[in-house]
Ligand binder design. Sequence first.
Ligand code: NAP
Length: 645
Amino acid sequence: MPIEYSGRGIDADADAARLRAALNAVELPPALTAIAHLTGDLSLVDQSLRGLPDPAEVLPRPHGGMTDDQRAEAIDRAAAAMADFARNGGRSKGGPSDETLRQLLHFITGPIDDAYLPLLLHELGIPYDRSAPSWTQEDFRPKKPLRVLVIGAGMSGIACSHRLAQAGIEHEVFERGDDVGGVWRENTYPGCRLDTINFGYSYSFAQKNDWPHQFSKRDEVLGYFRDVADSIGLRARTRFGAEVTRLQYDESRRLWLVTSSSAQRGVQTDEFDIVISAVGQLNHPSIPEVPGRDSFQGAQVHTGAWDHSLELAGKSVALVGAGASAFQVGPALVDDVAQLTVFQRNAPWMVPTPAYHDPVTEPMQWLLDRVGPYHRWFRFHQLWSNVEGMRRFARVDEEWADDGLSVSELNLRLRQTLSDRMLERYDDRPDLAEYVVPTYPPFSKRVLRDNGEWARMLKHRNTTLVTSGIERLTVDGIVSNDGSTHAVDAIVWATGFDASNFFQPMEIVGAGGVTLQDFWEGEPRAYLGTSYPGFPNFFSIYGPNTNLAVNGSIVLFSECAIDHILMCLRELLEHNATVVEVRNDTFNEYNDMIDAENSLMAWGASSVTSWYKSASGRISQNSPLPTLDYWKMTHNEVTNAYLFR
Ligand code: NAP
């Protein structure tokens, strides 16, 4: 994907009013930074124009807290800089120097620890892709090139294949589906879209400026992954329809025997030196074992495996669940069905996001078209606000009196702010209001987006909310725990995924014939989500304890893991070794730290059910780490953490 710098530019006179209008309409700091970058006028990013964030505020202040005077002055300067730039031909004089970039970054971040810089410059991708390997396999003249397998062509697999190709490492990708895109291929339920901002939900090496929404719909996100896959030639090295069922490490030959099954080739075993799993966490739909489930004669569908032949219009439908999938599918169905019965066990926390479904505004799109680097700075601005994100609100105060509702003073303040905002939507429905505020601390479960759609659905004349839980299914409906019966034609299970059963259905047999399941003893663990002692030359991306709840970007975390794996491969080649394996002590120390840190986060401290936990209650999915820590740990030298032989 090409990196462009100038955009379509502006006409100094004809576009002057348009530019001012656009600057008045958008979040100013990233627009100013982009214009300073484009024009070279660094007076736009003078610290005197920076707003002062208020640490007491729970929700971020517009324009980073810039005053009206600061905004007026900044817009005057930006308009003048763009007009001069246009009059002088409208072309940038090459990319900015590192010192200039630092000044630009600081306008958004304020004074920061220099340790952040490599991470921030990586994410910005300007003036070049900083994580592209600076080496290729050829540099090490191996006797035999590595044979590498990537399992899965979703978000992580695509990025991994790109980096391997950049390092000149030939590899194959096995993908069980018939196309790339992972969860975005699989999830096709009505209303499916991103609930994180898609400028951020994109690769550092493939940023784009024409997202139609800030929270894109499923087809747009899938289209992005298809485009990236095409641009890196991924399809030619992918075996579609091939599901890996078993990985067996052959100790004497120091390679993996990979058994896969596909309609085309049947069951087949291939040999690879290195196996990288990029299979994700959320792809095995979970439907609860409700008594009588098989006796129900109507239709049943899970959000993660939608059946498009199912006609729900005019039907009486049960929606089970109130999580990230439910809050999208419910509002998308409510107008068409005759009756929607929502079975909510725990209410979801929601953060106000009025523009959640809105297209990118016209002024913003105009700036994106005209000011080349704007999309990168906009993405960067969003990344920065998420780097620490709401982490401090999720951190447990060990002195805090545990009432099950909050974990600290800040968490309580967040609880109050979010509750107030959520309850405003139910002023006219006190009967619902008592059920919509969660009875667990914010951030113990995933926080959803509130643009009023969930409330609209609950208040809809077609909707009934049931909170007493499901006792059993009958031939024609659901009996709830309060003894009521609810006749329905169809049940939509928005009940999530079997997440902590990592890598299923693969059986992974490492050194000494030990399976990964046996090694784990029911507690999935990894070093940095990527490696496992006793499982040499096997890596994973988005493995145990790498899911994010409050800070960072899942795409960035995957890119970090990929950089780390590439560093291991480089070292393997450098040492002329055939085996790379994480050290036992490194692995154990890391996991002790992860467990200790997770116990100090809301999701670890709260007893509420969530997919973040394994059956034992250990947090197996979430990372408690600040983004910078994960960045540093994945980019540290690997020689101390791994054995090469
Ligand atoms: P989820 O967050 O695990 O939610 C499952 C829901 O089903 C919860 O409300 C849960 O209730 C309920 N449930 C489970 N068993 C039940 C039972 N026996 N009776 C009644 N209710 C039951 O699953 P999800 O909504 O599919 O989301 C999973 C993850 O996928 C998200 O956290 C997110 O990471 C990802 N996702 C992302 C997007 C996006 O970006 N657009 C969209 C969808 C999903 P309790 O709360 O009481 O357990």
